[in-house]
Design a protein around this ligand. Structure first.
Ligand code: SF4
Length: 191
């Protein structure tokens, strides 16, 4: 994956092409100037895989967090883990981004936690609201998508949201298996 994502292009990419799991985290980070550990892991590995380089990732996270804490605090408490995710610290493991399965398996629920898959973690009313607000679906479309989620078909619900949002409702052949695959599929709608 040689494409590069620039920090200044992130907001537009997020609102247009991030799946709901990553958009939810991105917005929570921008709103709260903070994300808890599970969210940092899930979002930072996703961002790495869409081409955000390590130095840019550090600048991005630092820019958000230092709206509330000092730069020294950020460097002490958060920079190591971010570099770690890029395999630059510790065991130098190159962490792979979370698949849908891994997002779906996350334990979420503490106050201020927004990771996991929202199709599973959100209640029906909240999910519909988020689909209208964030995925720009109509209330009718959101209802259709939320029904799939309620039946436990989280990835199908996510795929349907993508079809409605970017492909005029046309059915896609691929199922959503991975947030980074969703991102690539969504970007194809622009070609
Ligand atoms: Fe993210 Fe996958 Fe859930 Fe879609 S189905 S919101 S890509 S975890």
């Amino acid at each position: 994956n040689s494409q590069q994502m620039r920090v200044q292009d992130l907001p537009k990419a997020a609102t247009e092409h991030f799946p709901l799991c990553m958009l939810t985290l991105f917005q929570a980070l921008r709103r709260d100037a903070h994300l808890r550990h599970g969210g940092r892991m899930q979002l930072s590995l996703f961002l790495k895989a869409i081409g955000l380089r390590m130095e840019d990732a550090l600048a991005f996270w630092k820019g958000e967090f230092t709206r509330k804490i000092t730069a020294e605090d950020f460097d002490k408490r958060y920079a190591y883990n971010l570099r770690h995710n890029y395999g630059k610290e510790g065991k130098r493991t190159d962490y792979t981004p979370y698949s849908c399965q891994k997002c779906l398996a996350q334990t979420v629920g503490a106050v201020g936690e927004y990771h996991g898959c929202p199709y599973r973690t959100l209640g029906s009313a909240q999910l519909k609201e988020s689909l209208v607000e964030n995925m720009k679906l109509t209330p009718m479309q959101a209802k259709q998508v939320a029904e799939k989620a309620q039946q436990g078909h989280y990835q199908l619900a996510c795929g349907r949201a993508l079809e409605l949002r970017r492909f005029g409702g046309e059915e896609l052949e691929e199922n959503v298996m991975h947030p980074n695959q969703y991102f690539e599929m969504s970007r194809k709608s622009e070609l």
